[in-house]
Design a protein around this ligand. Structure first.
Ligand code: E4P
Length: 217
């Protein structure tokens, strides 16, 4: 399973990419709005750091506007993926951009029916928002299971990009289901490393070692 960072923060992205386990980055208008500087420059920098797919989202809500912005976003760097919302206009823009060879991430997906439309429109990625579904008392990961089943039934090549992840259980369940990608905020990626028994075990190993060395001196 590929691991993407869900952030527009250059420092956080640099630090996580340096570890060597990151495959891409997703951004959205809310995330980019938090960062200083020109968003195009920031996206360009992120592409140079991660050297993998980086999603940048259109803010237009009509087809013509999405196409214009989508083509501009695609020109920023060859790693750029154009993100469009799962609306009628977004699906139409996805079909046109994908037919022109531009890779599209269809975002704000909350149902299997929506995911089916995105695959039919040639989306490279579908982004179902599991955390936001959990927030309203629905089973977010249940949606991932449904989408994977549907895509497998028809051999759709659209990759399932699990978004709005909130805890390590989302990531583990996604991997068990065979989702293609999880995008995680930096703090959640940090959580994936942690287990109290690792810390306790390491502490003991180091203390035992120190003791043995002191005895030999
Ligand atoms: C995905 O591409 C979105 O940027 C993101 O996962 C949304 O997450 P949130 O629901 O935590 O804002």
């Amino acid at each position: 399973m590929k691991l993407f960072i869900d952030s527009g923060n250059i420092k956080d992205i640099e630090a996580l990419v340096a570890i060597g386990i990151i495959d891409g980055v997703t951004t959205n208008p809310s995330l980019l709005a938090k960062e200083p500087g020109d968003y195009r420059e920031n996206l360009k920098k992120i592409c140079q750091i991660v050297k993998g797919p980086v999603s940048g989202e259109v803010t237009a809500i009509d087809v013509a506007g999405m196409l214009e912005q989508g083509r501009e976003i695609a020109k920023i760097d060859h790693y750029m993926i154009v993100k469009v919302p799962l609306t009628r206009a977004g699906i139409q823009a996805c079909k046109t951009l994908s037919s022109d060879g531009i890779r599209v991430n269809v975002t704000l997906c909350f149902s299997a029916a929506q995911a089916l439309l995105a695959a039919k429109a040639g989306a490279t990625y579908i982004s179902p928002f599991v955390g936001r579904l959990d927030d309203v008392g629905t089973n977010g990961m249940g949606l991932i299971k449904e989408i994977i089943e549907i895509y497998n039934n028809y051999d759709f090549t659209t990759e399932v990009l699990v978004a709005s992840t909130r805890n390590p259980i989302h990531i583990v369940e996604a991997a068990r289901m065979g989702a293609d990608i999880c995008t995680c905020p930096p703090a959640l990626i940090d959580q994936l490393f942690n287990h109290p028994l690792t810390n306790i075990g390491l502490d003991k190993f180091l203390k035992d070692w120190e003791k043995s060395q002191a005895g030999k001196a």
